[in-house]
Design a protein around this ligand. Structure first.
Ligand SMILES: [Zn+2]
Length: 175
């Protein structure tokens, strides 16, 4: 499972490197840029639900976020789940970019380029896609975030720190 910081770093790298694809009309290879970070700046993200889960054997924080770029006509559903790091018995690290995370988004970009690669490293699971390798759209299976997820990370971290403070009566978070 990757940390939020690792996935963000991968996405930033992906945004800078040129990619190739086959043009459907001409059949020729074309080089293009996939500036996820730039497009994330035009995207809104609002945390609409905070909950906890024990599905992974530890208490995790689950955030549901509604996201939409101003060029998009529909909202997409983002889920970011943060796993607490245990410092020592019953003392947990405050949520941060170093928290291991599990993510998903309902947008087509996530389905075609992200889901398989993220599932392979334990940070998502096959749900929206057909579970086949993205040989053309992400040949090296680079675990990256879509613009919605990338944009949602700030709002989620803010909500996570607030939640940890609220939970501090129940759990111990290091100062
Ligand atoms: Zn998305």
């Amino acid at each position: 499972m990757k940390t939020l910081a690792q996935l963000k770093r991968n996405t930033e790298q992906w945004s800078k490197i040129p990619h190739t694809k086959i043009d459907k009309k001409t059949g020729k290879k074309v080089v293009y840029n996939d500036d996820i970070v730039g497009r994330a700046m035009e995207t809104n993200a609002a945390v609409i639900k905070v909950s906890s889960s024990r599905q992974r054997g530890v208490d995790t924080m689950v955030f549901v976020v509604r996201c939409r770029a101003h060029t998009e006509s529909v909202y997409y559903d983002v889920v970011i789940e943060l796993l607490p790091g245990e410092v020592h018995k019953d003392v947990f690290k405050m949520p941060s970019e170093q928290s291991p995370c599990w993510v998903k988004c309902s947008c087509p970009f996530f389905l075609f380029k992200c889901e398989y690669a993220l599932a392979r490293v334990g940070s998502s699971e096959i749900d929206y896609s057909n579970g086949k390798k993205p040989i053309i759209t992400n040949p090296k299976q680079f675990p990256i975030l879509c613009k919605h997820l990338y944009r949602a990370t700030d709002a989620v971290l803010k909500a996570a720190i607030q939640q940890a403070k609220n939970d501090s009566r129940k759990y111990n978070f290091e100062k």
